[in-house]
Design a protein around this ligand. Structure first.
Ligand SMILES: [Zn+2]
Length: 229
């Protein structure tokens, strides 16, 4: 099995991990499996518990993302998860192995991406970019997965359009304790979910319909040459 990570997904992982360089961050990877290649088109993040050496994504995030995808972009699904190891290097800890085991139980081809963004965030040299993609075998052994950056033009474009339209599920603003504020924050959270549903739906409209795919994109707004793609 191999993995192919499209540029926008990688960009979002880099942005998320570099902008939180002092703590671990995590998110879900969205895409599809084509023959033996796990394609990562997009990422979505949401509520999580973070520390410099620990991160746990709230389970509700996965349920919500899965539901929204099913409703709006049924061709795409959660293909795995990413998390950062700032300054700790790239490996799978015992907790990571357990987490990956649960992902593979839900989706047998799920992959785990681990990134240590610290050196890269200083030098911006590709050679300093530490990324590993892993799976777990039946004996809980760690199996590295070979990955490439996706450069197939049509898919780069589709994944970029989707990724630009999706919103992360991170709660906005600091934690609130006052009861009244909590009520406001609950409303905001609902609004946030509405936005996500709306944005996913909008992304869907930007993509060619199933019928159109065989003969190229034929929408009034976007037109491409078949030969170009
Ligand atoms: Zn870890």
């Amino acid at each position: 099995m191999r993995a192919r990570i499209y540029p926008l997904a990688l960009g979002k992982i880099l942005h998320h991990s570099i902008s939180n360089i002092n703590q671990e961050v995590a998110g879900l990877m969205v895409g599809k499996v084509v023959s033996d290649v796990v394609e990562v088109w997009d990422t979505v993040t949401g509520s999580q518990q973070n520390s410099p050496a620990y991160v746990k994504l709230e389970e509700s995030v996965m349920a919500l993302v899965a539901e929204v995808l099913l409703e709006n972009l049924p061709d795409l699904y959660i293909v795995g998860w990413y998390h950062s190891h700032p300054g700790l290097n790239v490996f799978m800890s015992p907790i990571d192995i357990e987490t990956q085991r649960t992902y593979q139980a839900m989706f047998p081809k799920a992959i785990a991406l681990v990134i240590d963004p610290v050196q890269f965030s200083v030098s911006w040299k590709i050679s300093d970019l530490k990324i590993g993609v892993f799976r777990i075998d039946k004996n809980k052994g760690i199996v590295p997965v070979r990955f490439t950056l996706g450069l197939q033009r049509r898919k780069v474009l589709e994944s970029t359009l989707i990724g630009l339209q999706t919103l992360d599920l991170m709660p906005k603003g600091p934690d609130v304790k006052d009861e009244e504020l909590v009520k406001v924050s609950a409303t905001e959270k609902t609004d946030n979910i509405d936005y996500i549903v709306k944005f996913f739906s909008r992304a869907k409209k930007l993509l060619p319909g199933k019928k159109d795919r065989s003969r190229g994109v034929d929408s009034s707004k976007v037109r491409f040459n078949q030969e170009e793609l």
